[in-house]
Design a protein around this ligand. Structure first.
Ligand code: NAD
Ligand code: UDP
Ligand code: UDP
Length: 319
């Protein structure tokens, strides 16, 4: 009897980013070989420095808009800037990353018969007209606005995944990720959780956009990564799209107040103009993930914020 566990060879694109670095770590801990591919646009070697000595970890600087020829068993396609200021910095490159990146990774998956996971997003629902959002909602997306490079790029990537599934019988797994936060978020990426924590720790004004009545649902990174792995390991007929996120919904003003309370900050809240196309409400319906994957988040916003504040506190003290 062969009792030796064969290591899976797993490719993670965007592996040096916030979520990618947590995923690299987790898959290495589970006894796999991990190939991390990243062009370091928003990711950083600092996020994976602690993995570089691991002989089962390999790092490759590469842009997924170009073809990639490697031999792997599974692909997690995460490469894409995720925060509005980053994806709006070079919107053409953002669309190319989602669309050409998906084509290349799907072509690779087809050639080596690998299972492939796509990090899609709640942004495919746009500014939703139904609440909470279920997977069968087709979305309300502006095709020509400043968020479109991201939203439409991700929608087109989903289309490609499902066409490769139907046309070439690929094994696909599409996750629609809702706002996620945690250690290794980029301190300057403009996302609300990192912004508020950094502002609070520095006793700077907390910048609430609009009146702060818009809502988001925040999932802690470890919970989300658990969902990724459950989805990847699920039965082949479970293709998604499947929502992954924490249904706890908060207004942005509530988030600001929580961060101030947890940091004991002297910061005041200031109100700034609301960016265009900013969705008013967002909350996942995770019934499908719970039914099909037995998954639901277990870390509360309070708990997750405490860990994230700790991370940023250490980071700011070091810099
Ligand atoms: P991130 O910006 O920290 O990570 C993205 C990574 O992709 C970075 O390391 C970046 O350098 C890399 N990258 C970008 N363009 C690339 C290219 N052309 N070739 C190779 N690498 C490239 O963002 P994140 O929050 O870790 O997001 C990871 C994925 O999850 C993204 O696809 C994002 O759209 C998706 N997602 C994240 C959230 C969230 O709340 N964090 C929500 C929905 C979806
Ligand atoms: N591709 C890749 N690595 C591979 C195989 C394919 O990067 O191992 C890219 C290649 O650039 C190709 C794209 O994936 O254009 C789509 O591949 P597919 O086989 O679906 O289509 P092709 O364009 O080759 O007909
Ligand atoms: N936001 C805010 N202040 C900030 C950063 C963001 O009020 O300093 C708001 C933003 O307008 C949005 C919400 O917080 O309504 C979430 O923004 P983020 O960029 O984190 O994610 P997304 O809009 O992509 O969900």
């Amino acid at each position: 009897m062969n009792t030796i566990k064969t290591r899976k060879r797993i490719l993670i694109t965007g592996g040096a980013g916030f979520l990618g670095s947590h995923l690299c770590e987790r898959l290495l801990n589970e006894g796999n070989d991990v190939l991390c591919v990243d062009n370091f646009f928003t990711g950083s070697k600092d996020n994976i420095l602690h993995l570089l000595d691991n002989p089962h970890f390999e790092l490759m600087r590469h842009d997924v808009t170009f073809p990639l020829y490697v031999e792997v068993d599974e692909i997690y396609n995460l490469a894409c800037p995720a925060s509005p200021i980053h994806y709006q910095f070079d919107p053409v490159q953002t669309t190319k990353t989602s669309v050409h990146g998906a084509i290349n990774m799907l072509g690779l998956a087809k050639r080596v018969k690998a299972k492939i996971f796509q990090a899609s997003t709640s942004e495919v629902y746009g500014d939703p007209l139904v609440h909470p959002q279920k997977e069968d909602y087709w979305g309300h997306v502006n095709p020509v606005g400043i968020r479109s490079c991201y939203d439409e790029g991700k929608r087109c990537a989903e289309t490609l995944f499902f066409d490769y599934y139907r046309q070439h019988q690929l094994k696909i797994k599409v996750a629609r990720i809702f706002n996620t936060y945690g250690p290794r978020m980029h301190p300057n990426d403009g996302r609300v959780v990192s912004n508020f924590i950094v502002q609070a720790l520095q006793n700077q004004p907390i910048t609430v956009y609009g009146q702060g009545q818009q809502t988001r649902s925040f999932c802690y990174a470890d919970d989300l990564i658990d969902g990724f792995i459950r989805l990847m390991n699920s039965a082949d007929e479970i293709t998604g799209p499947i929502n992954l996120g924490n249904p706890g919904e908060f207004t942005i003003l509530e988030l600001a107040e929580k961060v101030i309370a947890l940091t004991g900050s002297a910061s005041q809240i200031v109100f700034k103009p609301l960016p265009s196309d900013d969705p008013l409400q967002r909350q996942p319906d995770i019934g499908l993930a719970t039914e099909k994957l037995g998954w639901k988040p277990s870390i509360s916003l309070q708990e997750g914020l405490v860990k994230t504040i700790q991370y940023f506190d250490n980071l700011l003290k070091r810099s």
